[in-house]
Design a protein around this ligand. Structure first.
Ligand code: APR
Length: 174
């Protein structure tokens, strides 16, 4: 049974009124395209200024900054793996992005958090496999977690939303 605190939604993560949104960043943490670009645009120039002293972020790790002009109080920047066929530990690195982001959220008293579909854009991770990792990793984390009340998995577009819903049904049935 999927934890009811997990909510699969469709939309633009920069507009969500949550305590923290997660950014699918690159290792420089200095911005980019995709959701990274959207978050930096919405947060304003203070975001990249806050990222600069962090010294980047390794793949699978996460770092936190304020959200500045975003509705969210925090941005948790995590760096997903680039898909290279599945034989280079991509699955574990992607799971680590979710785990590390949730652990950081807990440390900062975050109750509501939203994730994009990390690595499924520029980094080429197959959407269904990434969705399964996201759902399973969040589910496992929540089993020993009481502070976090809602985890939104934000799908940008109909195809992503339907894939997440389908994977969620498969996990419920398994
Ligand atoms: N809200 C929610 N999800 C979004 C948004 C948005 N505003 N914009 C894009 N997405 C989705 C994409 O559709 C994709 O499903 O975020 C997911 C992740 O795609 P990318 O943003 O391309 O991130 P990723 O695949 O992890 O690649 C990271 O891309 O933008 C650069 O600087 C970033 O180098 C890094 C790389």
């Amino acid at each position: 049974m999927l934890d009811p605190r997990i909510r699969i939604v469709q939309g633009d993560i920069t507009q969500l009124q949550v305590d923290a949104i997660v950014n699918a960043a690159n290792r420089s943490l200095l911005g980019g395209g995709g959701v990274d670009g959207a978050i930096h645009r919405a947060a304003g120039p203070e975001l990249v200024k806050a990222c600069r002293p962090l010294g980047g972020c390794a793949t699978g790790q996460a770092k936190i900054t304020p959200g500045f002009r975003l509705p969210a109080d925090y941005v948790i920047h995590t760096v997903g793996p680039v898909w290279s066929g599945g034989g280079k530990g991509e699955a574990e690195l992607l799971a680590s992005c979710y785990r590390q982001s949730l652990a950081l959220a807990r440390e900062h008293g975050v109750k509501t958090i939203a994730f994009p579909a990390i690595s499924t854009g520029v980094y080429g991770y197959p959407l269904d496999q990434a969705a399964r990792i996201a759902l399973q990793t969040v589910q496992t984390f929540l089993q020993s977690e009481a502070q976090i009340e809602t985890v939104f998995l934000v799908c940008f577009g109909q195809r992503a939303y339907e894939t997440y819903r389908q994977v969620s049904r498969e996990l419920e049935a398994s």
